[in-house]
Design a protein around this ligand. Structure first.
Ligand code: CP
Ligand code: NVA
Length: 306
């Protein structure tokens, strides 16, 4: 593995290896701390958008592993404005051992990887959020003990988070049903790709009815209805998405031991109610913590001396 740009680019073996490594690193950390296998290594954290989880989990992940992380806010380098993305990649490659970037256009993640000479990690683009998906699979594994054969229902917007989770689900053999309003679902291209990734008969279904989607689901997943960069559409989206709220009535249709997930930040009262977010099925906060544990596996894989 040279970069961590997408779930699509990982083989199922690489994905399982990262999940195993994440488990080991989490256990090691819980036993008193991680070994400093990234001593002397540095990671630039380049952000074009705000962040709580991605920024803090990558930064603390580096610290726990003995390395150093440098946060570069959207205003700092103004990537693509003050300086071209390829030039940012070339310059940063001279200073740091890796680049984690959160961008608007996915193309910019690809350009960082193409023009830099250090590993690049996708910390969210408009197209995908693979670090989130890895942590989500890790969380499901922790709560459900196995992944193959489970059924995930993704309710809401067919966005970056949905796409990465779909690709990951297919590669570990989980069935994936996504229910969205008309016009907001994943694309034909996404579904075609997902089917190519399917392992062990994992099935993807793209529908509109949230109740059908959650019936017999082991995992219910949602995300905000308006992603970063789509703020101008907020009002329009608030009109069409309310039937897709994860509330107790919807959760009651799923398996009695289902878990409810959300990548966060949540807009409580919109895509998820307080009752569900704070209820007995919710794994929202272990899921958020697991960003750090799962990403440590990516960091070790990409940055540790072999
Ligand atoms: N889930 C997630 O990526 O959160 P942040 O936007 O706070 O990083
Ligand atoms: N889909 C959301 C995820 C935030 C972590 C966004 O892109 O804003």
């Amino acid at each position: 593995m040279k970069h961590f740009l997408s779930i699509a680019a990982l083989t199922p073996d690489e994905l399982h290896h990262l999940l195993t490594l994440a488990t080991q690193l989490k256990n090691e950390w819980r036993r008193g701390g991680n070994k400093p296998v990234l001593k002397g290594k540095s990671l630039a954290l380049v952000f074009q958008k705000p962040s709580l989880r991605t920024r803090v989990s990558f930064e603390m992940g580096m610290v726990h592993l003995g390395g150093y992380a440098l946060y570069l806010s959207p205003n700092e380098i103004k990537m693509g404005g003050r300086e071209s993305v390829p030039d940012v990649a070339r310059v940063l490659s001279g200073y740091v051992d890796g680049i984690m970037a959160r961008v608007f256009a996915h193309e910019h993640i690809l350009q960082l990887a193409e023009h830099g000479s250090v590993p690049v990690i996708n910390g969210l683009s408009d197209y995908s959020h693979p670090a989130q998906a890895l942590a989500d699979l890790f969380t499901i594994l922790e709560f459900k003990k196995d992944l193959a054969g489970l059924k995930i229902a993704y309710i809401g917007d067919g966005n970056n988070v949905a796409r990465s989770l779909l690709f990951g689900a297919m590669k570990v053999g989980m069935h994936f049903t996504i229910a969205t309003p008309t016009g907001y679902n994943l694309t034909d291209e996404d579904i075609k790709l997902a089917r190519q990734f399917s392992v062990g008969g994992a099935v993807v279904e793209r529908i509109e009815d949230p109740e059908t989607a959650v019936t017999n689901a082991d995992v219910i997943y949602t995300d905000v209805w308006t992603s970063m960069g789509q703020e101008a559409e907020t009002e329009k989206r608030l009109k069409v998405f309310p039937p897709y709220q994860i509330n107790q009535d919807l959760v009651n249709l799923a398996n009695p031991d289902c878990i409810v997930m959300h990548c966060l930040p949540a807009h409580r009262g919109e895509e998820i109610t307080d009752e569900v977010a704070d209820g007995r099925h919710s794994v929202l906060f272990p899921q958020a913590e697991n960003r750090m544990h799962a990403q440590k596996a990516i960091l070790v894989e990409l940055l540790a001396d072999k």
